[in-house]
Structure formats: structure tokens, C-alpha cells
Design a protein around this ligand. Structure first.
Ligand code: PLP
Length: 396
């Protein structure tokens, strides 16, 4: 009997999940007794700080918190986000109209697209980038236009090379700094240029700032809302996931232009019913409370990055030390595609990397390494790569 494929054309057009093949290989290796080290995951290994967990438990005991939550987020959470913007960026936000709670920023990003575009509209998407921008655009019937991020352009899109008819049909642009997967960071003047381009062409900007607080060596990631006139055209997504190691909690927010937020809220009000109130209250507590864990986690990531960079250097791969995110974006040795290099490393060393091509065609030629495993495991991974990896034509 053959299986009938029950799926829409929308779903059928979604390309096969790149991580699935790697996962199958990983399972095979684990079954054959190999100690696999996974540097492919973008999920912090460190726990949520204890005071946040304690606050969740306390809020769980209050029966008033068991009801359907407020759709746009409880007042404490929205005020906490506005307070964070004031302290961190000196940006004023109205908690009632310029802050919207999300069930993780991924949820908000996916729902923003049908809130702003119609079938056939163009969405400007960095290439390489977080896959949700592209896939959610395809599901909404939109057309993705890839803005190449290259080393030569410091992984910043070149707005002047976007064709004018494309700009005309564009209804949304995504940006993401510190970036996944490139780990690129920007200075405030970049957002100034992005906002003035967007205002000229009337293209809303969605800036994904998931790694806004994962930064090193004194670098502070700017907010797009600091740019002149940004609130007229831009929104910024933020998340508790990477800042406080709360990926599984599912809580984030979007701030900025009130009309864009209202369009997104219309989709959300008819789709989900918000996040469990104790989670929102614990998240507010995280934003308002002791911030020392952030510096401590960043110190750990920074140290791990040195281990990775030394390991890569030992096989002749030169990668940059980033100012933010927990990724290293490294070129693959000459003569390999990302996918070939990743398979070879996995087969010969049991170390999982993510091929850059998983994030868009411009990602080919790179791999992404995540520093979300402890130092000892990273050292083990790097010494295996140094000792066991054999490349055709030797090491460059
Ligand atoms: C992890 C990640 C997200 C998703 O964050 P959640 O708030 O957990 O949904 C969004 N964007 C980028 C670039 C990420 O790496």
C-alpha cells in the first residue's frame, strides 16, 4: 500500500529539513558506539539562573495565574520590556501600544509575515540567515529576495544593489545582528542607513535581536529603535531565550511601530491565546532583576570561542573572533562544499557542525560552530579534528 500524501502545496514546497539528514547520521554513529559531540545546536547548555526559576515556582502557586492570559502580555511583562529598553538603549516605549508579548520570538517572526504581506509580495531576507524568515515567507505565498551577506561587505546587506522594481514590491525586510549564523555585529550607523533606505521605499523592517545581550569585550549591540525615525517603519524582536538560557520557556517580545504590532496582534488574537502567566511574570522578574548571570555566561562563551579558534587554526582554518552571538562562522578548506566538509568531519571525528548552506546559498563555503557545550567537550572536539581529520590534498 502506498501512503497518500495529505499536504497542501504550501507545505509541499518547503525544502527538506537540512538538519534531518545530519540527525540520521548522528543516530547511526551513536548506535555504533561513537561518542558524538554536537556543535550544531544553537541552544545554550547552561541552566536558567536560579532566581528566575524560583520566581516561576512562586507564581505557579497563585490560582489567579491559572486563567487564560492577557493576549498582548501581562502589564508587568510589557512594563519590564519597556524598562529594559530605557536602561539599555535609552529608548522610550509605550508598554500598551509599543510592546507585544510573544510565545518566543520565532512565533512572532512567523506570524508577522502574513500580518504584513499578501501572496506575491517580496520579502527582503539576508542570505545566509535564520531559516524561519524564508520558510514563513514561502508559507505565506510571498517571494523571498536574498540580500547577500558577504565577508567583503562585513556581512551587511548592500541596500544600493537591491533592484528598484524589487524594492517597489517589497513589503518587509528582515535584519539580524548579532547575526545567526554569521555572528556579525554592526555599529549604530548601520541601522541609521537601513532605516533611511526603508523609509524612502516604505518597507517595514523587522530586526531580530535574539543575541542582543550575548556580546563580548565591551561591545554593546545597538537597537534599531535608536536610529532616527525608526519607530515610523521598524519593529525589533527580542527574546529571553538566549539572554537568560530560557529557550524552552517560550517567551519573547516585539517592540516598535504600533501599526505593525497591531497587525501582528490581529493574527495572534485569532491564533494563540498568549503565554502562561507565571512564565510571563518570571520573565518580567528576569528583565528587572539581577543581571550578573549575563556577564558570567558571556565570559564562558568567550573562553570557549578561543578553544574553537585555536582548534580551527590547527587545521589551517582562519575564523574571526566575533563580538556577539555564540557562533563561530568559519570558512571551509578549499575544495569542499559546506555539506562535504561537515560529512567528512562527522565521519572521521564524530563532531557535528552545521553546513553554512543550511542558511541560504551564500552560506555555502562556511560552517557554523556553536559554543554551547562545556570546555572539556570543545577541547575534545578540537583535538579530534586536529588529530583525525584527513582532507584530500592535505591541509591548507
Ligand atoms: C534562537 C533564535 C530565535 C528564536 O528565539 P525564540 O525566542 O526562542 O523563539 C530567533 N532568531 C534567531 C536568529 C535565533 O537564533
Amino acid at each position: 500500500m502506498t501512503d497518500v500524501l495529505y499536504q497542501s502545496n504550501r507545505v509541499a514546497q518547503i525544502p527538506p529539513y537540512v538538519f534531518a539528514e545530519l540527525n540520521t547520521k548522528k543516530e547511526q554513529l551513536v548506535r555504533s558506539g561513537i561518542d558524538v559531540i554536537d556543535l550544531g545546536i544553537g541552544d545554550p547548555d547552561l541552566p536558567t539562573p536560579r532566581h528566575i526559576v524560583e520566581k516561576l515556582i512562586e507564581e505557579m502557586r497563585n490560582p489567579a495565574n491559572m486563567k487564560y492570559p492577557n493576549f498582548i502580555g501581562c502589564a508587568e511583562f510589557r512594563q519590564a520590556v519597556a524598562g529594559f529598553y530605557k536602561r539599555q538603549y535609552d529608548v522610550d516605549l509605550d508598554p500598551d501600544t509599543e510592546v507585544l508579548m510573544l510565545i518566543g520570538s520565532k512565533e512572532g517572526i512567523a506570524h508577522l509575515i502574513p500580518a504584513l504581506i499578501d501572496p506575491g509580495d517580496v520579502v527582503l531576507i539576508p542570505d545566509p540567515s535564520y531559516p524561519v524568515y524564508r520558510v514563513a515567507t514561502a508559507i505565506a505565498g510571498g517571494r523571498a529576495y536574498g540580500m547577500p551577506l558577504t565577508e567583503a561587505n562585513r556581512f551587511e546587506p548592500r541596500f544600493d544593489s537591491i533592484p528598484s522594481d524589487t524594492a517597489e514590491r517589497a513589503r518587509l525586510m528582515f535584519l539580524n545582528y548579532p547575526g545567526n549564523p554569521t555572528s556579525a555585529t554592526v555599529d549604530p550607523d548601520f541601522f541609521g542607513r537601513a532605516v533611511s533606505y526603508a523609509r524612502k521605499h516604505e518597507i517595514p523592517i523587522a530586526h531580530d535581536s535574539a543575541y542582543n545581550m550575548v556580546t563580548f569585550d565591551g561591545y554593546q549591540a545597538p537597537s534599531i529603535l535608536q536610529a532616527e525615525g525608526a519607530k515610523e517603519i521598524a519593529v525589533e524582536f527580542g527574546s529571553l531565550s538566549k539572554t537568560y538560557n530560557m529557550t524552552g520557556w517560550r517567551i519573547g517580545y516585539v517592540v516598535g511601530n504600533r501599526h505593525i504590532l497591531k497587525a501582528l496582534a490581529t493574527i495572534k488574537n485569532n491564533t494563540d491565546t498568549g503565554q502562561f502567566t507565571p512564565i510571563q511574570k518570571a520573565a518580567a522578574f528576569a528583565l528587572n532583576g539581577d543581571q550578573r548571570s549575563i556577564a558570567e555566561h558571556n565570559r564562558i562563551y568567550r573562553e570557549r570561542m578561543n578553544v574553537v579558534l585555536d582548534g580551527l587554526a590547527s587545521i589551517g582554518v582562519k575564523a574571526q573572533l566575533p563580538r556577539g552571538s555564540f557562533f563561530i562562522w568559519a570558512p571551509v578548506p578549499t575544495g569542499y562544499t559546506s555539506a562535504e566538509f561537515v560529512s567528512r568531519v562527522l565521519e572521521q571525528t564524530g563532531v557535528i557542525l552545521t553546513p553554512g548552506s543550511a542558511f541560504g546559498p551564500e552560506g555555502d563555503g562556511y560552517v557554523r560552530l556553536s559554543v554551547s557545550v562545556p570546555n572539556e567537550r570543545l577541547e575534545d572536539a578540537m583535538s579530534r579534528i586536529k588529530q583525525k581529520l584527513q582532507l584530500d590534498g592535505g591541509v591548507q
